[in-house]
Design a protein around this ligand. Structure first.
Ligand code: SF4
Ligand code: SF4
Length: 420
């Protein structure tokens, strides 16, 4: 039998369980699967981190994942761009000292993050370059990615429209990154043009250009011999003008060799104002049909939101949803410029109370940032004072495991098993 590739082993896993090896009993299991959300990490890494927290203290957990907002300028002007309010706060109001991180400082920060986790036994921090702008435009991107991968052993995720991926950057991505996700503001020529709302003086980046880019990426991946490890995916918001174009899109990208698709809902800070905007029944049916068809076309993962009816997502959190602590702020704090913070929510980004502090790139500085006064404030107030949450599922998943593991007599006998 052929050995399963790393990529397939992560993408096709169905369930995780914690087993007490002395009795053979399953003490906890989870069917929650979001492989694209975690890749190249898996739920198992999160389970091990929770076990570490039970053994060594919650505030001693390694950082597993960081998403970085290091370039807050964009050549697109998308409808409902979620980055706009925080960008204004960060740049125009000058609240963030380094909205673009100088490369020498950046390298030191990357090294410090990986060293902090490595001291806690975790050696492959997921580092996601995304959001707030077009990451292709950061002029030291190649140097930054090569350093993060080759010197810090990070599992890199790169999220972009790809409108400014040069041949050199493409080469670097294919050789250093674990997951490349190309975002489509719309599906189909007109939807792409309308929703991306580009205002450049030069020729706009088109839907066809984005498809061509995916083709180039998949060919370069084959040439680099990385088909077993480099995941290539696409992401779009489910919107009315996409209707009627999904089937052809999924067929096309699967033929090219793209692995995964993620459809998400549009997010804006004020859900109440848009709660009645609905997706047509025809579009919903098209997407539901693709839930099966996408795999027959050749995709490895096709992910949609649960409730397809509304255009916008409501992430309001009621009291009963709240886990007893915000795990994600401990193990996946985002970086905005050089500010390390508890989560990507707009009102958390713009409130310094919810920042761990500013990273300078000094050796061991995370030991004090992750255990200082701000960290204590975050731990005390989140999720208690949170009214909406982007990490609801992650927090619930980790909380449920924590509650089981803390009553185990001997954690050395607990092993986490992946089921296919
Ligand atoms: S590509 Fe992303 S950052 Fe740029 S305008 Fe669109 S949503 Fe905003
Ligand atoms: S909204 Fe609150 S609970 Fe959710 S991730 Fe952010 S800080 Fe944590």
């Amino acid at each position: 039998m052929n050995k399963m590739s790393f990529k397939d082993s992560v993408i096709t896993a169905k369930q995780f369980s914690a087993v007490d090896m002395t009795t053979g009993k399953t003490i906890w299991f989870s069917r929650l699967r979001s492989p694209q959300h975690l890749y190249p990490l898996t739920e198992k890494d999160y389970c091990e981190a929770i076990k570490y927290a039970v053994q060594h203290g919650i505030d001693q957990m390694p950082i597993l994942s960081v998403s970085t907002k290091d370039f807050p300028y964009c050549d697109f002007d998308c409808k409902d761009c979620l980055a706009c309010p925080s960008r204004r706060w960060a740049i125009e109001d000058q609240h963030i000292k380094y909205p673009i991180i100088p490369i020498d400082k950046y390298k030191k920060i990357l090294r410090e993050i990986s060293a902090y986790s490595s001291r806690r036994g975790f050696n492959k921090v997921r580092f996601e370059v995304c959001g707030e702008g077009n990451p292709d435009l950061y002029k030291h991107r190649i140097e930054m990615l090569e350093y993060a991968n080759q010197e810090c052993n990070m599992g890199l995720v790169y999220v972009s429209t790809g409108s400014h991926i040069s041949d050199e950057l493409l080469e670097c991505l294919v050789n250093n990154v674990a997951f490349i996700r190309i975002s489509f503001p719309g599906i189909g020529t007109d939807a792409y043009k309308t929703y991306s709302n580009q205002k450049s003086k030069n020729k706009d980046f088109s839907y066809d250009d984005a498809i061509h880019l995916l083709d180039k990426l998949c060919n370069a991946r084959a040439k680099a011999g990385r088909e077993d490890t480099l995941l290539i995916g696409t992401r779009t918001c489910i919107r009315p003008l996409n209707a009627g174009h999904y089937d052809e899109f999924i067929h096309t990208i699967a033929n090219i060799g793209v692995d995964v698709f993620q459809g998400v809902k549009v997010l804006i800070p004020n859900f109440e104002s848009v709660k009645n905007e609905n997706i047509s029944q025809k579009e919903v049916e098209e997407l539901i049909n693709l839930r099966e068809l996408a795999y027959s076309y050749g995709l490895k993962d096709f992910q949609l939101p649960n409730n397809l009816n509304t255009v916008y997502k409501n992430r309001a959190m009621v009291e009963r949803d709240k886990p007893t602590r915000c795990w994600s702020s401990l193990i996946s704090p985002p970086l905005y410029g050089t500010n390390l913070m508890c989560c990507v929510l707009w009102d958390r980004i713009t409130d310094f109370n919810y920042h761990y502090g500013i990273m300078e790139g000094e050796e061991n500085e995370l030991e004090s940032l992750m255990h200082g006064e701000s960290a204590k404030f975050i731990m005390k107030n989140c999720p208690r004072n949170c009214t909406e949450c982007p990490s609801l599922k992650d927090n619930g998943f980790m909380e449920s495991l924590w509650r089981v593991l803390k009553f185990q007599e001997n954690l050395d006998n607990v092993k986490f098993i992946t089921h296919y």
